[in-house]
Ligand binder design. Structure first.
Ligand SMILES: Nc1ncnc2c1ncn2[C@@H]1O[C@H](COP(=O)(O)OP(=O)(O)OP(=O)(O)O)[C@@H](O)[C@H]1O
Length: 316
């Protein structure tokens, strides 16, 4: 376990072990190619029961491909894939009823209202949430009777999420769920996900928003060059070296300077003495997830797929 306290209301969860049941996702050596294009090559992933895992990676890295294989919608090229204990391709109907899926794009929902759609899709599951509960959870209660096609983009996305959670999934796949949300809607959505995670739902999230990953995920994994090249809790990604503070200032000639230091206060004190006062534009920053992520994908692009994995914590 790590020293990081997951930012969620209920505190602990069964991360990293099988005490609360089998891992939600176990993938070993997954490969996938489209024609000559290798998209996944030696992709390994474990998501523990109840864990929230954010899969990060540049456009075209293969995140959706990996997720669609886990959902049973795409055939893996090779490797082992287990989701809730079963091989997704050709898995049973009861297995599917334990998954919630919010794809990157969803189709036209026709002339129906959110309430009608939630009730309809809820009817396909053995123990659905009530339409009122789901509408409240995703913040669509006020729009329950409107025609889905007339909802705004962000409201339609909430409806997609509503249809993903109506069946009380044990594992929820969210492919870029908050694209098109305004900042307030995004924060409400995060609280909703924290509530779901607090109830023990495992969540596999893909996102390009690093603040979203930092806020929600127990662990993040960076997919590039066909495999996960770094994996850790958001506060530990890239290891301690990536988090050495950066001190920036302007020297006497007005040139911007930058130095990384384990002891930034000492450096600042030295600069203060040298400048006879505070240097211009002085700032001390600890690199955040976004900067560390950008460094990791840059590093991986130059070292290729054989690049060593940086793991500071792996689930069991
Ligand atoms: N059905 C397909 N046939 C051929 N190539 C495909 C197919 N689906 C995806 N690809 C290609 O595979 C690569 C990975 O695509 P994928 O959608 O999995 O990436 P992604 O990481 O989800 O990207 P994004 O962040 O842009 O959503 C891309 O180069 C894409 O063009």
């Amino acid at each position: 376990m790590t020293s990081r306290t997951p930012p969620r209301p209920t505190g602990s969860h069964p991360r990293g072990g099988t005490a609360g049941g089998e891992n939600a996702v176990e993938v070993r050596g997954l490969s996938k190619r489209y024609g000559d294009r290798v998209v996944l090559d030696g992709f390994d992933l474990t998501v523990a029961a109840g864990e929230t895992y954010a899969l990060l990676g540049p456009n075209g890295a293969g995140k959706s491909t990996a997720v669609e294989i886990l959902e049973g919608f795409r055939r893996p090229g090779g490797g082992e894939v287990r989701v809730l204990g079963e091989e997704p391709l050709g898995a049973s109907r009861s297995w599917r009823s334990e998954l919630g899926i919010v794809a990157q794009q969803t189709g036209d929902l026709g002339p129906y209202s959110p309430r009608e759609l939630i009730e309809h899709f809820g009817g396909l599951y053995p123990d659905p949430r009530s339409a009122d509960e789901v509408l409240e959870m995703v913040g669509l209660a006020e729009h329950a009777g409107r025609r889905a096609g007339k909802l705004s983009g962000g409201q339609q996305r909430r409806l997609d999420v509503a249809l993903g959670i109506v069946g009380r999934p044990r594992l929820l796949f969210l492919d870029e769920p908050t694209t098109g949300f305004d900042p307030e809607a995004r924060r409400q959505f995060w609280s909703m996900l924290e509530g779901l995670a607090g109830q023990g739902t495992a969540i596999l999230l893909t996102t390009h928003y690093l603040d979203e990953a930092a806020r929600l995920a127990d662990r993040v994994g960076v997919l590039t060059g066909g495999r996960i090249v770094a994996e850790a809790p958001p506060a530990e990604l890239g290891g301690a070296a990536a988090r050495v503070p950066v001190v920036r200032w302007r020297d006497r000639s007005g040139t911007r300077r930058e130095e990384r230091s384990e002891r930034p206060a000492e450096l600042v004190s030295r600069l203060y003495d040298e400048h006879g006062g505070e240097p211009e534009d002085l700032e001390v920053r600890r690199p955040e997830l976004e900067q560390i992520y950008l460094e990791l994908i840059g590093e991986s692009a130059t070292s290729g797929p054989s690049h060593d994995i940086h793991r500071t914590e792996a689930a069991a």
